[in-house]
Write a protein that binds this ligand. Structure first.
Ligand SMILES: [Zn+2]
Length: 208
């Protein structure tokens, strides 16, 4: 995995112009599922909980290099209540809560999309969701959807919060792609790009 450390630094340089927008920002990353809860399982057995965690650990490193304060709701393969996950973001007054998942659908191996959910209509969750969706679509070459849903982690959020279904692990092609740690980096970098755009936009909004 750490063979790809160079990717982080290349990315950090490329994003340097926007990187300042993350200083002083607290981002809570929440890799979905864990422990007895595998989440979705791909056609040949790849577990969603595993790649969600891998992605979150990669994104943690990238965001730290770019100057953000970052908290992971879990750093290992353990089960956690949804309410405990979002409580971390609420208690720390996070600037953004990012819940990381991979989706799955039965009997439709051709389906592979990226989806970003938000719930709150009273904060900037929708802005964050839209910026992240745009980055995921362009960086990963996937079609996507911006969706509003009262998932428990989003409903209980008192801070801007999004839930990303990065891609569909039920697609055999995608599952194979996700088995390569380099591609998990690519997903992490795509998510990072969206997070940077969101904070760049919100810092300009404050200055106005
Ligand atoms: Zn999931």
């Amino acid at each position: 995995m750490k063979n790809f450390i160079i990717v982080i630094f290349i990315s950090a340089i490329v994003e340097m112009t926007m990187a300042g927008v993350l200083s002083g920002r607290l981002i809570v990353l929440d890799p979905g599922h864990g422990g007895v809860d595998n989440g979705a399982v791909g056609p040949t057995g790849l577990k969603e909980k595993t790649i969600n965690l891998e992605l979150a650990l990669d994104l943690y490193e990238i965001l730290k290099v770019q100057g953000a304060d970052v908290i992971l709701t879990r750093k290992s393969d353990k089960a956690m209540y949804l309410s405990d996950r979002i409580a971390i973001a609420n208690e720390k007054h996070a600037d953004l809560f990012v819940c990381i998942h991979h989706n799955s659908v039965e009997n439709a191996p051709e389906v592979d999309r990226t989806q970003v959910y938000y719930w709150s209509a009273t904060d900037t969750s929708k802005d964050a969701a839209l910026d992240i969706l745009n980055s995921l679509e362009s960086s990963l070459g996937l079609k996507g959807n911006l969706l509003r849903n009262d998932f428990k982690v989003l409903r209980l959020a008192k801070v801007p919060a999004v839930l990303d279904e990065m891609s569909f692990i039920s697609s055999p092609k995608r599952e194979e792609w996700l088995r390569d740690p380099f591609n998990i980096w690519r997903e992490a970098l795509a998510l990072d790009d969206g997070i940077l755009k969101y904070f760049d936009r919100s810092s300009k909004a404050i200055k106005r």
